[in-house]
Design a protein around this ligand. Sequence first.
Ligand SMILES: Nc1ncnc2c1ncn2[C@@H]1O[C@H](COP(=O)(O)OP(=O)(O)OP(=O)(O)O)[C@@H](O)[C@H]1O
Ligand SMILES: [Mg+2]
Length: 405
Amino acid sequence: MKTLWVVSGGAEAVPGIRRAKEMGLRVVVSDGNPSAPGAALADEFVQASTYDVTATVKAASDYHRNRCPLNGVISIAADVPLTVATVAAELGLPGIPVETALLASDKLAMKSCFKERGIPIPWFHPVESSGHLRELMKEHGVPLVIKPVDSRGARGVLRLMESTDLDWAFRHAHQFSPSGRVMVEEYLSGPQISTESLLLDEYAYTPGFCDRNYEFLERFAPYMIENGGEQPSFLTPEEQEQVKRCAESAGRALGIKAGIAKGDIVLTPGGPKVIEIAARLSGGWFSTDQIPLATGVDLIGAAIRLSLGERPSAEELEIRNQQGVAIRYFFPPPGIITSIRNVEKASRLPGVYKLDFFVKPGEAVEPVTNHTKRCGYVITSGSDRVEAVKRACEVVNTIQIETRN
Ligand SMILES: Nc1ncnc2c1ncn2[C@@H]1O[C@H](COP(=O)(O)OP(=O)(O)OP(=O)(O)O)[C@@H](O)[C@H]1O
Ligand SMILES: [Mg+2]
């Protein structure tokens, strides 16, 4: 029996941990939180914060030497490529190079790598101060996007217009960077796409291809808040192919020879451009639920096998049965939640696959300033994209989340 070490036992890792167990693996979960939902499912739980590379490496090495040899290490829906790559390197397990994980953990280093390798990206520059930001804006015009170099969940990501208070914007982005570094880049207009590929011999199979919904760009401005997404994409097959090849060359540029590349890509009038590539399985129920539901591809299973040194076949990564899948989020007015109504009724609506809330009555809904402030979500399926979206919107309109100040 092979043993797989899973870094993170968070709620979004649960379907992946279940999949690993179904595959007959012994699963060890590490997480800083012993009550993480994945901990209870694991064959063994080891306490180590997912972001703490040293602690996780020490825990995994001790386990490997003294308890039971590990055959693979992976993270599911947790943005910790450096932790995973370092454990793999230390124990001689399959994985992406540590150098690749470092690039994937630093948006500035990543963009510099892309620039060097000729990957299409927006213009970008590090920002030292709000005065510097003012100069850059004078030179490059608006709209621009400011962001911390090393955060996630769109924390500190702002769209800058002529009227934005730049002192505030710089401070806001800066507070979310653990290393105190901020960057600015050209705002890319065009359809936003999430891709998720498995690279094998540097060829990308891309079962994950989702149109992201930014209908609330103005409502939540200057914060950039995604309201879900839908599959299959409305882009033409030729456009989809261009986006996929762009994600593939970006993944390769980072040094991913065999591994997952999760892309944030914009199809601009000048062709696809890369916002970012994550060297790990996606969160937000994309890799674990939306992709298999929309395509029939068991991407998690394939990624687990890859992490064990096995080779997924081309057939298992090819889309088998495409159906419509949509996700939408709930955005009640900020305040304390007094009630969440019609949940039962909404969950019985056609095509509802998953419906859940991150906050409950008595808890606070905060103003929406990044993706972690969304209150809950629904995932629906349908015969096609349009039906799936319609069904998700029906659920959003049925659920009533009341708040008071
Ligand atoms: N230059 C840009 N042009 C257009 N949209 C952008 C740009 N930069 C970021 N965005 C949008 O904002 C989202 C969040 O930005 P980014 O990915 O840089 O931050 P993040 O903290 O990694 O967020 P997440 O974890 O949600 O990916 C992107 O996925 C994209 O939709
Ligand atoms: Mg991102």
